[in-house]
Design a protein around this ligand. Structure first.
Ligand code: SAH
Length: 351
């Protein structure tokens, strides 16, 4: 429940009813916790000091016994397409990334769940240095708050858990944060507006399938046969496609439709045969497919296919009766793909 290096309970890691219970425990009336929770999720308060309808003495007591995670903004980059990327510093000196994707008056936040990643997918910058640690629920929740209360956010309507890390490998903190996003006294978002993206961590998928969270799930498939997937995503050697597909079938029993993310890499996974195999998996899982042209990372060994090749791959899927969309990378001028800002910041000596 506490943040790293602190033993005071973190309010951002608690459901509103847990804050109520804690306040009752320390002898405070229910309306006080109602006020505090409202400060956190309606007004975006970063400290008890900002909660001006609480008596000063109470604010002082609360800040002695409790904490509110407050990520430090180390760097902000804004892209020509309005994509805004934040590099946040944690109390132990680590840094994580959060991306705000504005679209008209609304926006989506893309949030991280781990410092680094243990999975080491060959195309991804986040896992290049391995896993440092899991984020706490409070650190995950504060990313969404920082995005929601950013001046450029408009109305934050969607959250995608697709930043650094594997969310289902940090299951407790991630699902706790998601419950706060869904809570009517929290961010009050609908389950269809929250997407958890997984590289195919089967124990996590099975746990989520048994859980009651009404969120969307995206599977980062990226290859439709074990040989290719083993090469791109080492996690596939431990949990091969058959198991991944099987666990996703369990997910399908709950009403949320599955999305398959498929990154197209030139001459690695973008052939006609790949499209046919992908179509079979999409049909088996009743999933739609998002095609993402590979976004080259510094020092990376892969290339993105041409526009024409991407369109042909999509056409092949559509001919096979699969719902397939092409997703353009956003913010490429500001290193907005996974782990790239942190990577370039550490080259510049930040984190
Ligand atoms: N671990 C989770 C969530 C984080 S990665 C997962 O794997 O889904 C979020 C998405 O970005 C994944 O689909 C991932 O494969 C993709 N991604 C990573 N590096 C990329 C790159 N260089 N170009 C395009 N997409 C990339």
């Amino acid at each position: 429940m506490s943040t790293v290096g602190q033993d005071r309970p973190d309010l951002l890691a608690m459901l509103p009813e847990e804050v109520d219970a804690l306040f009752l425990d320390i002898g405070l009336p229910r309306y006080r916790s109602a006020q505090v929770v409202e400060w956190l999720y309606v007004h975006g308060a970063r400290s008890f000091d900002e909660m001006t309808n609480l008596p000063k003495s109470l604010r002082e007591t609360l800040s002695k016994d409790l904490t509110i995670t407050n990520l430090q903004t180390l760097k902000v980059a804004v892209s020509r397409d309005r994509t805004k990327k934040f590099l946040f510093g944690l109390t132990d000196g680590a840094a994580i990334e959060t991306v705000l994707l504005p679209e008209g008056e609304r926006s989506t936040a893309c949030i991280s769940t781990q410092v680094g990643c243990a999975f080491g997918c060959l195309f991804c910058a986040s896992g290049a240095g391995g896993l440092a640690r899991n984020l706490t629920a409070g650190e995950i929740v504060d990313q969404a708050r920082k995005a929601k209360f950013d001046a450029d956010a408009g109305r934050l309507t969607n959250i995608v858990v697709m930043g650094m890390g594997e969310p289902l490998a940090n299951y407790e903190a991630t699902t706790k944060a998601v419950r706060i996003f869904l809570h009517e006294r929290g961010l009050a978002l609908g389950g269809r507006r929250i997407t958890i993206s997984t590289a195919g961590f089967v124990p996590g998928i099975r746990r989520l399938a048994a859980d009651d969270l009404p969120v969307r799930v995206a599977l980062s498939l990226h290859a439709a046969d074990n040989r290719t997937r083993n090469k791109l995503m080492p996690i596939n050697r431990k949990y091969p496609l058959e198991q991944v597909i099987d666990s996703c079938t369990e997910l399908g029993r709950r009403r949320t439709p599955l999305t398959l993310e498929y990154m197209l890499i030139f001459e690695i996974n973008d052939s006609f045969d790949d499209a046919a195999r992908l179509a079979d998996i999409a049909h088996a899982l009743k999933a739609k497919v998002n095609l993402i042209p590979y976004n080259p990372v510094p020092g990376g060994r892969y290339r993105a296919p041409s526009e024409e090749r991407v369109l042909r791959f999509q056409a092949r899927l559509r001919e096979a009766g699969v719902l397939a969309f092409i997703r353009r990378s956003r913010g490429t001028d500001i290193d907005a793909a996974c782990g790239q800002l942190r990577q370039s910041a550490s080259r510049e000596g930040h984190g």
